[in-house]
Design a protein around this ligand. Structure first.
Ligand SMILES: Cc1ncc(COP(=O)(O)O)c(C=O)c1O
Length: 294
């Protein structure tokens, strides 16, 4: 069955979906994106994801491509047309098509691409039972990592290094030796004293929607947490570690570089938070009408 994408007002099979070679996303990475998880036919935290999409547009002065209700309708239609029940929806907006010139075009209509793919939650939960390995790489990115831009080359280089070393993710380390975040996830540790720690929201990290949800869940579960910088040295000594994102949920980390984290098994904080997150998704997400388990 061909996958269907929405591209600039048209639904078409992926193989027939085209963008103009002078799209500024293609030539300059001049665009932004969002990824929203669909679990059991429900979009997880759609509202904060769309809030962040609007914020990214505004930070890059890209005009609003569609009204929010229209975007929500299209997201749902893409999910229905692709018969997706567990997976992700990808939304990308670029500044649009214009003759190649670094400065913004006087008039450009933003380009919108929305497509979706299956991603079974079961596999992810299986992985969470054993935990994953992360490596570390220098943080080589720009100074506006808070914007979810499609400009992801340093992230791709880091992730590729992780893949080549058999790891799940690469944690990026800034010039002062602090862990900023993963290439596509936020980074967490639990200190020897039992405090959950993640990097504060700033221009140095993408403020993950999952990160914020986990902080709220930590609070409601009575777990102590701090939003502060932590060094790689501190991470090596941590009792537990974790990564979070819409597609990794709260994934326990059992090895950082060659250092075993804790006893080398997913710890209590990670287990409690993953369970709380799964419960949150189940209880608080609203079903998309017309989706059926496939
Ligand atoms: C660099 C980076 N940090 C953090 C995240 C996690 O964000 P979220 O929880 O909103 O998926 C992502 C997700 O793509 C990311 O690319």
């Amino acid at each position: 069955m061909a996958r269907i994408a929405f591209v600039n007002g048209r639904y078409a099979p992926l193989s027939e979906s085209m963008v103009n070679i002078e799209d500024r996303g293609y030539q300059f990475s001049d665009g932004i994106y969002e990824v929203i998880a669909l679990v059991d036919g429900c979009l997880v935290d759609e509202t904060p994801h769309l809030d962040r999409l609007w914020r990214s547009l505004s930070e890059l002065k890209i005009s609003e491509p569609l009204s929010r209700p229209a975007l929500k309708l299209i997201i749902r239609e893409v999910l229905r047309r692709n018969y997706i029940y567990d997976g992700i929806v990808y939304i990308q907006v670029t500044r649009g098509v214009a003759p190649r010139d670094h400065a913004f075009p006087q008039e450009a209509k933003p380009s919108v691409v929305i497509y979706a793919k299956r991603k079974p939650l079961k596999k992810l939960l299986q992985k969470a039972k054993t935990g994953v390995h992360v490596i570390t790489v220098p943080d080589q990115r720009w100074q506006r990592c808070d914007i979810k831009t499609i400009s992801l080359l340093p992230n791709c280089l880091g992730k590729q290094q992780a893949v080549e070393q058999g790891a799940y993710e690469a944690w990026q380390i800034d010039q002062q030796g602090y862990v900023t975040e993963g290439t596509s996830s936020n980074a967490w540790i639990v200190t020897a004293q039992g405090v959950l720690v993640t990097c504060p929201a700033s221009q140095n990290i993408l403020r993950g929607i999952t990160r914020d949800r986990i902080l709220a869940l930590a609070q409601s579960c009575g777990l102590g947490y701090e939003e502060r910088l932590f060094t790689l040295e501190e991470a090596y000594q941590a009792r537990e570690a974790m990564v979070s994102s819409a597609t990794s949920l709260a994934m326990p980390v059992i090895k950082i570089d060659d250092h075993m984290v804790g006893n080398g098994h997913p710890g209590d904080f990670a287990s409690v938070l993953l369970e709380a997150y799964c419960l949150y998704m189940k209880e608080k997400s609203v079903p998309v009408p017309g989706l059926r388990r496939s």
